[in-house]
Ligand binder design. Sequence first.
Ligand SMILES: [Zn+2]
Ligand SMILES: [Zn+2]
Length: 296
Amino acid sequence: MFEPVVPGVGRLGILFVNVFALGEPGGPWLLVDAGLPGSAGVIRRAVARRFGAAARPEAILLTHGHFDHVGAARDLARKWDVPLYAHRLETPYLTGRSDYPPRDPTMGGAMAQMSHLMPDHGYDFDDRVRELPADGTVPVLRDWRWLHTPGHTPGHVSLYREADRVLLAAEAFATMNLDSWFAYLTRKRELSRPSPPFTFDWVTTHRSIAKLAALEPKVLAAGHGLAMEGDHIAAELRRFTESFTPPRRGRYVGSPPVADEDGVGELPPPAHDPYMWRVAAVVAGLLLLVLARQRR
Ligand SMILES: [Zn+2]
Ligand SMILES: [Zn+2]
């Protein structure tokens, strides 16, 4: 079910990732991101409850193309017959022209450990994909604008509604600590770096967070974690920006790959990952346990 964040913004949490619905029931609306693979049914049921049984969005806006944000994009776009909007620099990974830089799990933490089982390839949604309007407007919803916030991926975008200073950060940063196993259980609200194994450029990530902090938002909702709001949010985000540091080690720390309209160019050599097989075995075991419990 979509939980209300503020008027015109609903958040649907799917395991550890969020999908958003922008717009009010009865009017035109957009789906922002498309969750994990296999979540089309969950999303459609939530949409039916919020917007009505036959409802469909005008379009799906993809903040970036990672598997946990586009998992049901193909199924939903086909079912609803709607376009998929994304930034021009993200389209290589959505139209089969390029893969993302390979994930880098070497800096450790929960997401890095899980990432051994997660895909890092691009997708091909072929003729469904449209570029976001170059002037920063968001299709259909006049009160929203998109901002290019690269770093996590080359064509990553965040969304902002100036009228009540609502920021959908997507994965420019997170509102939970993606490195902590504990945080996946408690959902503690905490401004945190974007998913480390999938972030390819940390200096650019920092710059994008600073750009968002300068907006002085009052409401924050990110792709990972619960929403945060209040007059203290702007100061908290500014402090987070000021104290932001890239991971101490990692394949892309200090030598990010270069990406352009055609996708990713030359890559730095892989970093040594001493824990790979041990971690993969433990994570596979844990996932099987969770699945077995859900089946019951
Ligand atoms: Zn991502
Ligand atoms: Zn993500």
